[in-house]
Design a protein around this ligand. Structure first.
Ligand SMILES: [Fe+2]
Length: 380
């Protein structure tokens, strides 16, 4: 399968991996595996802020991007977090039963991530932002904590902090959260209260450790002291807060937001690197950039020789994965190249994600004749 951003999806392409929406009702399936895209389906994806999906083509059938979290646990996590947020909206606190569910999910996430030996985090965020963001921040935070050799019980607390880090946003008017333009000073002041609001709501219900409360309180602090709520700097910021900060910003950048397109992973990694020692703890940035994959399996890249290629496997050197090049010449429709080991490609590097390449004919990814799938008639 290959990942295509929404603007390249065309009627007649076949969906390779299901996409679900979790925003307004429990796990609403938007796309099913094997479904053929139509104009109206694509329009629905746009309206749901879905920014792309995996599709199947003849020459990418065998490419199978990893799934760091099994679909069932992903579903359980997202619906669990949604349940807690909904509860806080009404009850203004988190019940004992909900906290038990969050702890159970935290444990399952930690155990599942620890099974991943290479610990390369290859997340393609195409479901919509709400609640899924908490899961992604948890995955990145657990992976960073594991590399820092934290015990399982500490990783579980880190996971809980990540799952609930934005709980205080239930106290922020939705118009401010989703505001497309720049926030006014007053609106920003309200946003800045959400870490403390989360702590208040969690304290109200009890059953949460000080470690979790402190991590949540400090997830918007910046290494140079320009963050909030207290403007703490460097090691005065509790280490979990420093971990959550990196995971939170990376996932926010790579997710669709109402006011901008998602950044591709390579650009978001550059951003995190550029602010190393400024917004982010340098040691945590180093760990993070070691585990996160800039060119996930199934994405299209462009090489310095101008050729497009699809990532089929990641290498220890994540900047030099194994690629499948296509349209090499008439006799060689595809060719596999290991950028780490192929001498011929020694001086070739990946310059960017390759979706802007005009060499690729995306119409060739359409598996069905062009027809109006909404009415079932063939277009002439
Ligand atoms: Fe936040």
């Amino acid at each position: 399968m290959i990942y295509l951003p929404i603007e390249l999806l065309k009627p007649g392409m076949v969906v390779a991996r299901a996409v679900e929406s979790y925003s307004d009702s429990f796990s609403l399936p938007l796309l099913n595996k094997g479904q053929i895209l139509t104009d109206s389906i694509i329009r629905r994806l746009v309206s749901r802020n879905i920014h792309g999906c995996f599709i199947d083509t003849d020459f990418t059938k065998d490419i199978e991007p990893g799934c760091i979290i099994a679909p069932a646990l992903k579903k359980k996590t997202i619906s669990g977090v949604k349940k807690v947020f909904d509860e806080v909206l009404v009850e203004k606190k988190v019940s004992k039963e909900s906290m038990r569910l969050v702890l159970e999910i935290s444990e399952e996430l930690v155990l599942q991530i620890l099974e991943n030996e290479e610990l390369l985090i290859d997340l393609q965020n195409y479901d919509n932002y709400t609640y899924r963001h908490s899961l992604s921040v948890a995955v990145f935070s657990i992976a960073i904590g594991h590399k820092l050799q934290y015990s399982t019980s500490l990783l579980m607390q880190l996971a809980t902090s990540a799952l609930l880090h934005d709980l205080g946003k239930t106290d922020v008017p939705i118009e401010i959260i989703n505001k497309p333009g720049r926030l006014t000073e007053e609106e920003y002041e309200i946003i800045k209260q959400h870490p403390q609001m989360a702590v208040n709501r969690l304290k109200e219900g009890g059953h949460v450790s000080d470690l979790v409360l402190n991590s949540i309180l400090n997830h918007h602090e910046r290494y140079n002291g320009t963050g909030y709520p207290k403007g703490l700097s460097e090691i005065d910021i509790p280490v979990y807060g420093r971990i959550l900060a990196v995971a939170d910003v990376y996932d926010a950048l790579t997710s669709f937001r109402p006011y901008r397109r998602p950044w591709y992973p390579d650009a978001a990694i550059d951003y995190i690197r550029n602010y190393k020692g400024i917004y982010f703890d340098p040691a945590i940035v180093d760990v993070f950039t070691n585990i996160v994959v800039p060119y996930p399996v199934g994405t299209m890249v462009e090489l310095s020789n101008g050729c497009p290629a699809i990532v089929i496997r990641n290498n220890v050197d994540k900047m030099r994965p194994v690629l499948r090049m296509f349209n090499v010449d008439d006799d060689t429709p595809f060719r596999e190249v290991d950028l780490m080991n192929d001498a011929e490609f020694e001086n070739i590097r990946i310059t960017s994600l390759g979706y802007n390449s005009n060499i690729v004919d995306y119409n060739s990814f359409i598996v069905q004749p062009e027809m109006d799938y909404d009415t079932g008639t063939i277009n002439s």
